[in-house]
Design a binder for this molecule. Structure first.
Ligand code: GLA
Length: 354
């Protein structure tokens, strides 16, 4: 099978995740509104259901790092921080499910999460059982605190535990991000529903640009492996935070949708401005992302005629491309000039009247 064959993520998953906006804020005493807690998750589930996000397709409500207590229970089980998740994970899962939403949880394949909480290493079987008991529908599995060479076998072993469950769970990986290359995308796509290559997205435009650059470089190698059930994950949507302006927000939404990327928001849905909400809820753009064929977009062919750029001399023009120093012949004012412009690159044409 090309893709992880669990019947899930047949189109790119859509949802909401704590990390980019709320990070590892565990200070509920001073910042009760924005610490990682069951209350934050419930608030977001409420907003997703009531403000049209669920109807638009955003289904997964995912708690990222820092939900855990600093140690496992005496029985060796993962447990949430008792002060911030006093009702426990079953109750939180039930709350989310009662809204018609799905429940996502973060963990790490290594000895500890990136923020230093107990990791999965040595406990795959027990922990998969725990996640199942809690009603998890989606697992984001990070790759901190593990050797690069152990990552393929770890991810496959964890995936095998998941496959042994009766109930399918979306398996989101960061395997290629932590693995020193080259990567076996065939194995990655057969194991994980999503994989991340790019460093953590940050709340500014340059970060979006750097993700776009990386994917322009990687697309030839990995696009063949992406499709229903297996998607590359350029990380969260920043829309609704302070880093992107409205145009930049549209650009991120457009890029992610053309890439058939997961649309995972990380913002404060309780304080979302109308322009951001409109972009995130744009059903025509979402339909591009969710196209069931799952074919990822690539740089397009650009076409123009001299006439269209104000060059109408009947005698025609000598056409030259300035970066390759190439003479490309003579074109008439109505003749079409077509070129495939590589992403993160430019072609520069000079028209010299004959
Ligand atoms: C890594 C991941 C992030 C986030 C943090 C949590 O940096 O790439 O997406 O999960 O860990 O500590």
């Amino acid at each position: 099978a090309r893709a992880r064959d669990n019947g899930l993520a047949l189109t790119p998953p859509m949802g909401w995740l704590t990390w980019e906006r709320f990070r590892c804020n565990i200070d509920c005493e001073n910042e009760p509104d924005s610490c990682i807690s069951e209350q934050l998750m419930r608030d977001m589930a409420d907003r997703m259901q009531q403000d049209g996000f669920l109807d638009a397709g955003y289904k997964y409500v995912i708690v990222d790092d820092c939900w855990l207590a600093s140690t496992r229970s005496e029985a060796g089980r993962l447990q949430p921080d008792p002060n911030r998740f006093p009702s426990g994970m079953v109750a939180l899962g039930d709350y989310i499910h009662d809204k018609g939403l799905l429940f996502g949880i973060y963990e790490d394949i290594g000895s500890e999460t990136c923020a230093g909480y107990p990791g999965l290493r040595g406990h795959f079987e027990t922990d998969v059982q725990t996640f199942d008991d809690w009603g998890a529908d989606y697992l984001k599995i990070d790759g901190c605190n593990e050797r690069s060479s152990a990552l393929p076998a770890d991810h496959e072993a964890f995936g095998a535990q998941l496959a042994a469950l009766g109930r399918p769970i979306v398996y989101s990986c960061e395997w290629p991000l932590y693995e020193h290359g080259p990567h076996n995308y065939s194995a990655i796509a057969a194991t994980c529903n999503l994989w991340r290559n790019a460093h953590d997205i940050q709340d500014h435009w340059q970060s979006v640009v750097s993700v776009a650059r990386l994917y322009a470089l990687l697309q030839a190698e990995q696009f063949a492996f992406a499709g229903p059930g297996a998607w590359f994950d350029p990380d969260m949507l920043l829309i609704g935070n302070s880093g992107l302006n409205e145009g930049e927000s549209r650009a991120q939404m457009a890029l992610w949708s053309v890439w058939a990327a997961p649309l995972i928001m990380s913002n404060d849905l309780r304080r979302l401005d109308a322009a951001s909400a409109a972009i995130l809820l744009n059903s025509e753009v979402i339909a591009v992302d969710q196209d069931t064929l799952g074919v990822l977009g690539r740089p397009a062919t650009v076409r123009f005629s001299p006439n269209q750029v104000g060059c109408g001399a009947a005698a025609g023009y000598a056409l030259r491309e300035l970066f390759s120093h190439g003479d490309l012949g003579v074109v008439t004012p109505v003749q079409e000039i077509a070129a495939q412009v590589p992403a993160r690159d430019a072609l520069m044409y000079k028209l010299t009247v004959q």
